[in-house]
Write a protein that binds this ligand. Structure first.
Ligand code: FEO
Ligand code: CA
Ligand code: CA
Ligand code: CA
Length: 596
């Protein structure tokens, strides 16, 4: 078509103007409707949201805070009726609770928590599974859906795989080392080919407080992960979050969690075979031989890119036969060579340096201390690996590397080519012979992000990219059924890039490669999560996370409480309603695919 012939974007929508205000914006000709907000009831008998009378009991029956990953699981093969699965990564107390903050020297100070507040925070974490349906072109929440479920920081879960039952996972409350309550900081995630919901546990270190004796056997393990950080005050009320009282509890977090959405009473499973680190997400694809490959990012500066290949094969005829596939397989970590080749190094006890002499007595030790095992194998230290997305259409895999301002000039390598990398980059992997189970392949930098008009930034957007089209800090991404890449961002702000976060459509093939266009942008203070397309490509879901946050970063927008002049009261814009994270559903006016 015309756009392609001109070497411009293959996406024909009219680009949104980059900028900043208190609302969301979508390309002309599309509707972007708020579907689910923090506090919305997700059961027929759940209480309506009452921000001045919050309780943990109500919150556990309502949509949680800070929606991040969004997945869609079809019911009866439909793109218009399914289960929406949504992670609730963390809580922003200063935006949730009235009267608990003051502004001191331009910085917000939040008053100490009481147990009631902590219990609400715990209930606002986790995930939501909720039935949704498209009626007359508009998506609705089905409140009496039989599979609707809230998962929180107190939901009972089971540890499975090589570390289950190990002494290092035993606590006073659980002598079996297999029974754990809750999941924390669920960032991105995934939906498996057999229709289960994956929740990745990312920054779990922030929930632990107290002090671990320096000579404690877990001291080095916890130091590598930043445990305990004490961001939250839960440890003051619950001993299990105090490492001086329950030193093994942090070993029960940092896993990939799998939820069988078909049974709302099922125990979510923490699948230890996929390793323990700050898991960003777990997007998967069925390889040619039927084994299933999960791509895993560890979101920390100088940490690693992983993949897990199941030992067993996917059975498309028998869903139940797949339900424990994640308990056996091989976990690999990536090493990127300067010449554009890469290698997947197996994290297997007894191989190479992963021996008892180095503290890896069994595979349990390898998965509990995945980072230390990967250090010993010489994996490549990356610029904060976030979402990693395989593309079934072209066989490639996209790796979002969000930023790393701490990389020094003498730490630059081909796969992390910029010092003080403030804006991040995207790497494309091509597994050998297009086989996702391969242990080698080739890689290329698809895109170095940032403002291409500032030469020192070194961005590599195509010259067809408009001043609205560039972005920094890639975080989540999606591939639509035509194989096109959509990237959402975390960190664009008036200060960082003069624009809010958003969803960009990025060309990956042909002349238009590395051309980007802005499709949707968030209100001030928010990060863009999701995104997700239904299989028919007629609906895109995006998650607006922490709108109104970060007020201390810029003048004129941010205010610490909704009793004062908040930066935005999105999405309700009512005086008695706080700003709320929410999932937005995007459809084309008059119907049809989002992008043609
Ligand atoms: Fe929760 Fe790595 O973003
Ligand atoms: Ca993320
Ligand atoms: Ca994704
Ligand atoms: Ca991020």
């Amino acid at each position: 078509d015309d756009a392609r012939a001109a070497g411009g974007s293959a996406f024909t929508f009219d680009e949104v103007a980059a900028g900043i205000d208190d609302k969301h914006h979508v390309a002309a000709g599309y509707d972007a409707d708020v579907l689910l907000r923090w506090g919305d009831p997700i059961f027929a008998d759940a209480p309506e949201f009452d921000p001045l009378n919050q309780s943990a009991e109500a919150q556990a029956r309502q949509f949680g805070y800070n929606n991040d990953y969004v997945g869609y699981i079809e019911l009866e093969g439909s793109s218009e009726h399914g289960l929406l699965v949504v992670n609730h990564e963390y809580t922003n107390e200063h935006l949730m609770f009235p009267g608990i903050v003051k502004l001191v020297d331009g910085k917000i100070e939040v008053s100490s928590a009481d147990q009631k507040r902590v219990d609400i925070e715990m209930a606002a974490h986790g995930g939501t599974i909720v039935e949704i349906r498209k009626d007359a072109g508009k998506w609705q929440v089905v409140r009496d859906g039989k599979l609707n479920r809230r998962i929180t920081a107190t939901t009972e879960m089971q540890l499975t795989g090589p570390a289950a039952g190990h002494d290092r996972l035993k606590t006073n409350a659980d002598a079996t080392g297999t029974k754990v309550f809750g999941t924390l900081n669920n960032c991105a995630g995934g939906v498996t080919p057999w229709g289960t919901y994956i929740m990745a546990e990312e920054n779990f270190h922030g929930y632990f407080g107290g002090e671990l004796p320096a000579d404690h056997p877990e001291a080095a393990n916890y130091e590598r992960l930043g445990v305990p950080e004490g961001t939250y005050e839960w440890f003051k009320f619950y001993d299990r979050f105090d490492v001086s009282k329950e030193p093994n509890e942090p070993n029960r977090f940092g896993w990939i969690v799998e939820v069988d959405v078909n049974d709302p009473t099922s125990l979510p499973k923490k699948r230890t075979a996929l390793g323990r680190f700050k898991h960003e997400g777990a997007e998967s694809i069925v390889a040619g031989d039927g084994r299933v490959v999960f791509y895993l990012g560890d979101d920390e500066r100088f940490d690693y890119v992983y993949k897990f290949v199941t030992a067993g094969k996917f059975n498309a005829q028998d869903r139940a036969a797949n339900l424990d596939l994640l308990d056996a397989g091989t976990l690999y970590v990536a090493r990127f060579a300067e010449d554009g080749a890469f290698e997947w190094l197996p994290l297997v006890q007894g191989e190479g340096p992963l021996t008892a002499d180095n503290g890896f007595v069994s595979q349990a030790d390898v998965v509990i201390e995945t980072r230390r095992a990967a250090d010993l194998l010489g994996a490549t230290k990356m610029d904060r690996p976030e979402d990693i997305q395989p593309n079934a259409v072209n066989g490639k895999v996209y790796v979002m590397l969000t930023n790393n301002t701490k990389r020094k000039a003498d730490q630059v390598d081909a796969a992390n080519p910029r010092a003080e990398n403030a804006f991040g980059h995207i790497i494309e992997l091509i597994e050998d012979a297009g086989d996702f189970t391969a242990t080698r392949g080739k890689w290329e930098v698809l895109l170095k992000c940032g403002d291409p008009a500032i030469a020192e930034v070194g961005a590599s957007f195509s010259t067809s990219t408009s001043e609205n089209g560039w972005f920094g800090m890639p975080d989540n991404c999606a591939v639509d059924s035509a194989g096109r890449l959509w990237v959402s961002t975390d960190g664009n702000s008036p200060k960082a890039t003069g624009r809010t976060d958003g969803l960009w459509a990025v060309d990956t093939e042909g002349e238009a490669r590395a051309t980007s266009k802005l499709f949707f942008r968030v209100p001030v203070g928010a990060e863009m999560c999701g995104p997700l397309f239904t299989p028919d490509d007629q609906t895109a879901f995006v998650a607006v996370q922490h709108p109104g946050d970060g007020g201390e970063d810029w003048e004129g927008f941010g205010r610490p409480s909704y009793y004062e002049d908040l930066s935005t009261r999105w999405p309700d814009f009512k005086p008695d309603m706080p700003v709320r994270p929410a999932v937005v559903v995007i459809t084309r006016q008059g119907g049809g695919k989002i992008a043609v």
